[in-house]
Design a protein around this ligand. Sequence first.
Ligand code: FPP
Length: 256
Amino acid sequence: MVEKANNKILPPLTHLAIIMDGNGRWAQQRNLPRIAGHQQGVETVTHIVDDCVRRGIRFLSLYAFSSENWGRPLQEVNALMELLLQFLFSQRQKMLEVGISLRVIGDVSRLSEPVQAALADAEKVTAKGKVLTLVLALSYGGRDEIVRAARTIAEQALNGELDLEQLDNKLFSSYLDTGEIPEPDLMIRTSGEMRISNFLLWQAAYAELYFSDVLWPDFDATEMQKALDDYLQRKRRFGLTDDQLKKNSTNSAEGD
Ligand code: FPP
């Protein structure tokens, strides 16, 4: 049933990335503290994870805490970390039952010891999950990720472990936190802001972008459907011409 659902998605959608924005405004509109918006945002996360499983989407990346978010008031940072711990605890059983594997990208060394330990444990116990890989971007910044990769490459080149002649896009990608995770096909940002704010800078080079006016806590399966319907209308050319694309799709159909 899951496969059937994904077969309907043409062009194929393997990896969906989401910039979850608007929690604070959602709370403000209700005269609630910002953290109430984040709490409701976590509810949305659980529903959207279910929705991705139902649709047969294989990778879901969520921008949960950016490198820049460290600059927020300490109380908010701590509350977000607490919500993350609760999320890991409350979703553990479901992730195992459904076959969801958790992956973390970002500079985890900046997270507290208990958060790092809980993440490492969740990654370990869910590692065999094959249905959906849930990628949480935490303490994450695209530029920071690229600089960390460049640093490792430079170190390995100096040590003689890496021949720089071998370095190409594919090899460089393997040094990023996302490693073997395929590049995102579609990136959604909620709350009406139209920018990608340092999320998956390298990986999203050819991602289709979709901006929803809905605040993240209100984002649901109906809004998701709108984004996917829009994505279905896109022509993904990857820098090629229409004729080349037609030829490629004929060739691959003949190969099937
Ligand atoms: C942006 O809203 C959202 C964040 C900075 C954090 C997103 C975090 C969650 C949804 C909860 C934690 C996630 C997991 C997976 C447990 P904002 O605060 O910038 O909203 P605003 O722009 O309206 O102020």
